[in-house]
Design a protein around this ligand. Structure first.
Ligand code: HEC
Ligand code: HEC
Length: 415
């Protein structure tokens, strides 16, 4: 994949922004900080030094702006055509046999994520990745056939040699950014209580503990990040190649000498007050609006959602006053079909965090892709990939008559 063409320039001066006091509660959002953060979210970052706008990106990166992957605060997407590069998703890497606390072990040559952009003429891109799709189908109990597609990851032009046999790869699309402040505010004790309850079907949700004695993970497809702040700093570092007070070093595996030799900026490339603003913005993005539609079909769909036990994991609300997100934020084994084989802290090779279903309806209408790698082209395809702990719910779905299946999908479309 070659260097990006710069389509538009929108340099934004952020002058002397004061450190903001932001809370995840709706009433306590610092709107000024969130407004500044929004500009940073949309901003293109240039490689150093540049007269085009704010710089510091790289030496290696995957995009020029947060909004490249989270356009309109929405979700990313996988490559569709053969040889289309991954531009709205990332390829996570690690070596098999995780560390004792479950932390993924970085690949010695490529780190924890394949950086698909370098610095032109100075530091090479690490390589490029795409997805080849294998068409398959699922036959439901009434003999209806639903087409599915399975991804195979293809990596090319690796600048520092082959990955080797012990690498684990996980391709992940960017999730939509909505209501995250509300999810962050749910008390850890409520998640523990959910994990301890009997959700039926032998479902065993687990709280993601990131390191011994440390906080509870809730963000990322494997719930491997505890706070919005950490997640934003990781995104700046891994996705854009920007340093912060949390990650002050350039993101270069030691073996990549050209990358390591790039002079570091003076202090973090993204200042602490800018990080605060970005965090304030991400926390303040409101939850998606539910569609007001209500009719007998939608009510039937809502009942089926309960009776076939989708709510075993997609819990409407975790606490009575909490957001209606349709997730338990817990880790579940979803079976071999969805496994990435890459453990991350408490999340095993087949585990994923229950995806929130709020916003799924609008996303489906907009033609979005579902599941961690974006393989599902419809809500129904997403359901049919469920296995493992969700195998019983999937089997009940497959047994429903056509009219009930569409009622369930219509209900999901209102979320
Ligand atoms: C190259 C694509 C890409 C770019 C650029 C990117 N992200 Fe992401 N983002 C992702 C992916 C992929 C995930 C899921 C990561 C995982 O599963 O661990 C994610 C997850 C997140 C999450 C957690 C969402 C959730 O529901 O758990 C937040 C918050 C976030 N990104 C914010 C940002 C911000 C802020 C920026 C800019 C500094 C940014 N991202 C830039 C791809 C991207
Ligand atoms: C055992 C827990 C569990 C059960 C039961 C379950 N799900 Fe899920 N669901 C998940 C997890 C975990 C994911 C994320 C999987 C991934 O990203 O690969 C998910 C993802 C989804 C998605 C895709 C969301 C997105 O944004 O990509 C949809 C739609 C969905 N589930 C609907 C359902 C429906 C409908 C049912 C009932 C038939 C159901 N689920 C039952 C755990 C569950």
């Amino acid at each position: 994949m070659g260097a990006h063409t710069i389509l538009s320039c929108c340099a934004v001066g952020i002058i002397g922004a004061p450190a903001s006091s932001v809370s995840s509660g709706d009433d306590l959002v610092d709107h000024d900080a969130a407004a500044r953060g929004r500009l940073l979210f949309e901003q293109r970052w240039y490689v150093a030094p540049s007269s085009l706008g704010p710089w510091g990106r790289g030496p290696t990166s995957n995009a020029e702006a947060c909004s490249d992957c989270h356009a309109g605060r929405g979700r990313g997407a996988p490559p569709e055509a053969p040889d289309e590069p991954m531009t709205k998703m990332v390829l996570r890497l690690s070596m098999q046999a995780a560390a004792a606390d479950g932390a993924p072990r970085p690949h010695p040559l490529y780190g924890l994520q394949l950086q698909q952009q370098g610095t032109l003429g100075v530091v090479p891109a690490e390589g490029s990745a795409t997805i080849d799709w294998i068409e398959e189908s699922a036959t439901l109990d009434d003999r209806a056939v639903v087409r599915l597609r399975r991804p195979t990851i293809r990596v090319e032009s690796l600048a520092f040699g082959a990955f080797g046999p012990d690498v684990s790869m996980s391709a992940r699309i960017a999730p939509a950014l909505a209501g995250l402040g509300r999810l962050e505010a749910i008390p850890a004790a409520a998640l523990q209580a959910l994990a301890a309850r009997d959700a039926g079907d032998g479902i065993r949700g687990r709280v993601s503990r990131i390191a011994v004695g440390s906080s509870v993970g809730r963000f990322g497809h494997k719930a491997n990040v505890a706070t919005v702040r950490e997640q934003v700093a990781i995104a700046l570092h891994e996705d854009l190649g920007l340093t912060t007070e949390l990650f002050p070093e350039q993101n270069c595996p030691q073996i990549q000498v050209d990358c390591v030799r790039q002079p570091p900026g003076r202090g973090p490339e993204v200042r602490s007050d800018q990080l605060d603003d970005l965090v304030a913005f991400v926390r303040a993005v409101p939850p998606p609006q539910r569609r007001a539609d209500d009719d007998a079909t939608i009510r039937l769909g809502a009942t089926l959602f309960r009776t076939i036990n989708c709510i075993g994991c997609h819990v409407p609300r975790i606490t009575p006053d909490g957001p209606e997100a349709y997730t338990d934020l817990l880790l579940h084994d979803l079976g071999d079909g969805l496994a990435d084989g890459r453990p991350e802290f408490q999340a095993g090779p087949r585990d994923w965090r229950t995806a929130p279903l709020w916003g799924a309806g609008a996303a489906a209408t907009a033609g979005a892709r579902f599941l961690h790698d974006g393989r599902a082209r419809s809500l129904e395809e997403a359901i049919l990939w469920h296995g493992g702990e969700a195998g019983a719910a999937r089997a009940r779905y497959a047994r429903l008559p056509q009219s009930s299946r569409s009622a369930l999908i219509r209900f999901l479309s209102t979320l």
